[in-house]
Ligand binder design. Structure first.
Ligand code: PLP
Length: 403
């Protein structure tokens, strides 16, 4: 059964791929890496193209229309997130956290779990690193201890809303309450979460995500949140658009606008238009999106449970709530061989490797994460174009591999 009729359509749902001497419909189970473009996103970009022009300060009609489209896109994203003070358009989640890392006040105590994606883990110059917690309650306890141990001054807890490896949901609300009780702020990596669940960012100080994982693959991401640190920080990019004035003697006065201050240069208007279209389309019926994914995930997990030697990876056990993202190993087969077999013989796209989360993989697989170790896994991830047949083909392909 497919629920596609009630869900937003994706471009490329009818893609076929070469397999041996023939072709097969592509079973894309790699949404967590990059999701295909939504049809509504493609339409929005196509509609914007005839008036495409450079934004801000242009008196011409096309520039006016494009400026309006860009700022309306910002408004849509703001609404999508429940109304944060600032919505800065960046390239992706990695860019968002690098911007935030430069914007935190000097001496900020940053606390981050080792289970994070590298984009969330690496931008901080100094951070207290916490080992992957054994339970959600342990995550809260470890964060409390670390935040309380930070020297007096600004503090920031950085955490994912959902793991890009196991799909498990993190106790973000509890961690936000805790951070605030400790006088700290919280920054949430919503790169995976926002494509699967509505995110009300009220009460979260910062949220980051990428358009290409949200069915808007046009090179835009978002850092949204409180304006004060962003206003006070040195501009992330120095150049036109971020300035109020530049004097003949070289003195620069930067704009105090939290958004424009960090968006110097010609912005990616089409990326912003695309992202806003995706936000609108997903928000139209979240219940349908969640219901379809929940059903497919159950089908996938019960199918995988029938594959001998397959081990599903998780931090917090099989019953912990998760998104439609699932990593596994297959005894006796390298992750690369499994992924290649699925691609070459069954026309299935999955991901293999360490998913830019080396410490987490080392933790889950019992290694150190060093470069000379294999320590890899296979990840299957679901999205709006996924149908039962894709899931069943994956399970059948794995069963064939293990014999
Ligand atoms: N955070 C998570 C949870 C991710 O899954 C990813 C990408 O896989 C990122 C951050 C980085 O996203 P990007 O590569 O778009 O910067």
């Amino acid at each position: 059964m497919s629920l596609l009729a009630t869900l937003p359509a994706v471009v490329g749902a009818d893609l076929t791929v070469p397999v041996g001497d023939g072709v097969l419909p592509y079973a894309n189970l790699d949404y967590a890496a990059s999701a295909p473009c939504l049809a509504a996103v493609q339409e929005a970009v196509t509609r914007a193209l005839p008036t495409y022009s450079s934004v801000h300060r242009g008196a011409g009609y096309a520039s006016q229309v494009t400026t309006r489209a860009y700022e309306e896109a910002r408004g849509t994203v703001r609404e999508f997130l429940g109304g944060p003070q600032a919505v800065v358009f960046v390239r992706n989640t990695t860019d968002a956290f690098n911007l935030l890392a430069r914007a935190v006040p000097n001496g900020t105590g940053v606390v981050v779990f080792d289970s994070e994606h590298h984009a969330t883990q690496l931008p901080w110059r100094h951070a207290v690193r916490l080992t992957p917690p054994a339970t959600p309650a342990a995550a809260v306890a470890a964060a409390r201890e670390a935040l309380e141990a930070c020297p007096v001054g600004p503090r920031l807890l950085v955490v994912t809303a959902a793991s890009n490896v196991t799909g498990e949901l993190w106790p973000v609300r509890e961690l936000a309450d805790l951070a605030h009780a400790c006088g700290a702020r919280i920054a949430v990596d919503a790169a995976q979460y926002v494509a699967h669940r509505p995110l009300d960012a009220t009460g979260l100080d910062y949220v980051a995500f990428s358009g290409h994982k949200l069915y808007a693959p046009f090179g835009t991401g978002v850092l949204a949140g409180r304006a004060d640190w962003l206003r006070a920080a040195a501009p992330y990019l120095r150049g036109g658009g971020a300035t109020r004035s530049v004097a003949l003697d070289g003195r620069v006065e930067w704009t105090a606008d939290a958004e424009q201050r960090h968006e110097a240069g010609t912005p990616n208007v089409l990326g912003a238009v695309a992202l806003a279209a995706a936000c609108r389309e997903l928000s139209a019926d979240w219940d349908a999106v969640v219901a379809a994914e929940t059903r497919l995930l159950e089908r996938l997990r019960s199918g995988l449970a029938q594959v001998p030697g397959l081990r599903e990876l998780s931090l917090w056990g099989p019953d912990h709530p998760r998104l439609g993202i699932l990593a596994f190993t297959v005894e006796g087969h390298s992750a690369r061989d499994v992924a290649q077999h699925l691609a070459d013989r069954h026309g299935i796209g999955v991901r293999d490797g360490k998913f830019c989360a080396h410490p987490l993989l080392a933790h889950l697989l019992g290694g150190s994460g060093g470069c000379d170790e294999d320590g890899t896994a296979v990840r299957a991830s679901l999205g709006l174009g996924t149908v039962d047949e894709h899931v069943d083909r994956l399970v059948a392909g794995l069963r064939e591999l293990v014999g």
